[in-house]
Design a binder for this molecule. Structure first.
Ligand SMILES: CSCCC(=O)C(=O)COP(=O)(O)O
Ligand SMILES: [Mg+2]
Length: 261
């Protein structure tokens, strides 16, 4: 088995979700289709609720920022009361969500709505998150060795908690010291990793970030975070240069912690 030695200065392991702890197929074939199939009905049912209106307002602000992009879908401001106006707005939100999802955008606005929508499915038990089989045993071992373990995903913190709270392995939220999402910054921006270190109360070089996306790995590395790129079935392929440059692991069990020897 290939072994990757974790530098002695590392005290925190920061984990991506999609393509790292969880198969991309679970996200693309289960989580995202649920949103597309249910978004219109969800908006119709919850439209008058404050949480739903906050989600719509955030999506509208995002739509304003996106106005210059090809194919962008605007969300009009409410122009009055009435069923027709609400139905038009709901359709605009639906179209905007579909457009954003067609580009796999990671905007806070889209991720916040998705998180709220998944709540019903996870809490009713009709959806259970999946992890690669090495994930939970490895995290338990890291914790026993004194590591802190955090999640950093584009999925909202609320969605992350649903995922780890309702999985095929039960509620495993206790395994994490905390969660970060795009509210701290985007995963392809190195400043986000500095802010995460600051929030945890450590130096960036105390963190090892595991992700499947080399743009994220590169941003983290620029902030002096240690990185390993996770190669899983179904993940996007890496170029030869990326394969040579990055430390690669295909299972969390390939990480060797000197402190656990
Ligand atoms: C609770 S995560 C749901 C998946 C998701 O929406 C997503 O965007 C995953 O992104 P990641 O940063 O984990 O690759
Ligand atoms: Mg990922």
């Amino acid at each position: 088995m290939v072994v990757l030695s974790v530098p002695a200065e590392v005290t925190v392991i920061l984990l991506d979700i999609e393509g790292t702890t969880t198969p991309i197929a679970f996200v693309k074939d289960i989580l995202f289709p649920y949103i597309k199939e249910n978004v219109k009905e969800y908006l119709q049912t919850h439209w008058e609720e404050e949480e739903c209106q906050q989600d719509v307002n955030l999506l509208r602000k995002q739509a304003e920022e996106d106005a210059h992009l090809d194919g962008a879908v605007p969300i009009p401001a409410a122009s009055g009361n009435g069923v027709d106006n609400s139905q038009q707005m709901i359709q605009a939100v639906v179209d905007n969500v579909y457009w954003q999802m067609s580009l796999d955008r990671k905007t806070t606005a889209l991720k916040q709505l998705q998180g709220h929508m998944w709540r019903a499915a996870f809490t009713a038990g009709s959806m259970k998150a999946e992890f690669f089989e090495d994930v939970v045993p490895a995290i338990r071992k890291w914790r026993e060795a004194g590591m802190k373990v955090y999640i950093y995903s584009s999925g909202s913190v609320e969605a992350q908690k649903l995922l780890f709270g309702h999985s095929t392995e039960g509620n495993i939220l206790e395994l994490f010291d905390g969660h970060f999402d795009t509210k701290i910054g985007h995963k392809v921006e190195s400043e986000s990793y500095r802010k995460i270190a600051n929030s945890i109360g450590c130096s960036t070089n105390n963190i090892l970030f595991l992700t499947d996306v080399t743009l994220e790995a590169s941003a983290a590395e620029e902030a002096d975070v240690h990185v390993a790129v996770v190669v899983r079935p179904g993940n996007a392929g890496l170029t030869d240069d990326e394969k040579t440059y990055y430390s690669l692991i295909t299972s969390f069990s390939e990480l060797y912690l000197p402190s656990s020897a």
